[in-house]
Ligand binder design. Structure first.
Ligand code: ZN
Length: 312
């Protein structure tokens, strides 16, 4: 049953907890001339859960006029093709990620395939991802920092970058509700059905921390993440501070390991992040991208030297 978290804003449940073992919330906003859906879920989400959730509000998928993708990850855009089939909605997304939003092969190659020495998708993982992604749709409205979403309600777009290169947050100005989607990650989050945690994910240390500090500067009464419960201003600010503290912890671990060992591969560091800092399952997409980001960060400051190897 949808919950009204602010006037005209309802939180919708999804099938993601059953499919991937993590909470995922979508939001529908009455913006006068537009009925806005924030994020699409995975391919199965619109028919399995969004349609019945909207029905409880006396609405249906055909009533949606604008779908916003906060960033180009499967759980935030995989439902696009099905939503397009059922509605005449336009699609809005960060201009910076249009390439990933419109091309699955490019997304898989550039996000999962960026460090082949550290991480390689198996065929089974690849087809699982493609199933959640479904067909891509064309993005109609390119969102840039400072834009307002179409409609009669002041919904401000803030580019945070961080979790993904073009990631946006959306601030509903009347209710001071800040949708942060996946950008405020704290120390990661526990899977619902195991003791393992999903680690934070970011690809650039400076962009991630700058985006978090930008969110701290905003005046908000509620912080609403995609994969957890809504937080009040105090708890929301604390979660942002915790996210910044995590980055410091990884910086320290990286510098200490590099000093102790003399050299470090992305894979070595990913394994250390994924075990020494908590039960994050060792080497995976999240820890590999963080490892790469932190090594590049050290190199940019002249504290490490990048090396290339010939693989014979
Ligand atoms: Zn997500």
């Amino acid at each position: 049953m949808p919950v009204e978290i602010a006037p005209g804003i309802h939180q919708l449940a999804t099938d993601y907890p059953h499919v991937c073992g993590l909470p995922l919330w979508l939001h529908v906003i009455d913006a006068g001339s537009e009925l806005v859906l924030l994020d699409a879920g995975i391919a199965s989400t619109p028919e399995s859960t969004t349609a019945p959730e909207l029905a409880a509000l006396g609405l249906g998928l055909p009533d949606l006029t604008l779908v916003v993708n906060s960033h180009a990850h499967p759980d935030h855009m995989g439902g696009n093709a099905v939503l397009q089939k059922h509605s005449g909605a336009r699609f809005a997304a960060p201009a910076l990620e249009a390439g990933w939003l419109e091309d699955n092969d490019r997304l898989l190659a550039e996000l999962w395939g960026s460090d082949p020495d550290a991480l390689e998708l198996t065929e089974a993982e690849r087809s699982e991802l493609l199933e959640m992604l479904d067909d891509r749709v064309r993005i109609d409205v390119m969102l840039r920092d400072g834009d307002r979403l179409p409609g009669d309600r002041p919904l401000q777009v803030i580019t945070t970058s961080g979790h993904s290169p073009g990631h946006i947050a959306v601030l509903d100005e009347p209710s001071r509700t800040l949708f942060t989607f996946d950008d405020v990650q704290g120390r990661g989050r526990p899977y619902l059905d195991s003791s393992v945690w999903l680690a934070p994910l970011y690809t650039d240390v400076v962009r991630y921390t700058n985006g978090l500090r930008r969110l701290l500067d905003l005046d908000f009464d509620a912080l609403v993440p995609s994969h957890g419960d809504a937080l009040d201003a105090t708890a929301g600010r604390q979660q942002i501070e915790d996210s910044l503290a995590w980055v410091d912890d990884v910086n320290t671990l990286t510098a200490d390991l590099l000093r102790a060992r003399g050299s470090l591969t992305v894979r070595d560091l990913a394994g250390a992040i994924g075990t020494d800092l908590g039960a994050y399952g060792g080497v995976n997409l999240q820890t590999v991208r963080m490892a790469r980001a932190h090594l590049e960060h050290l190199a940019q400051r002249g504290a490490a030297e990048p090396r290339w190897h010939h693989r014979g």
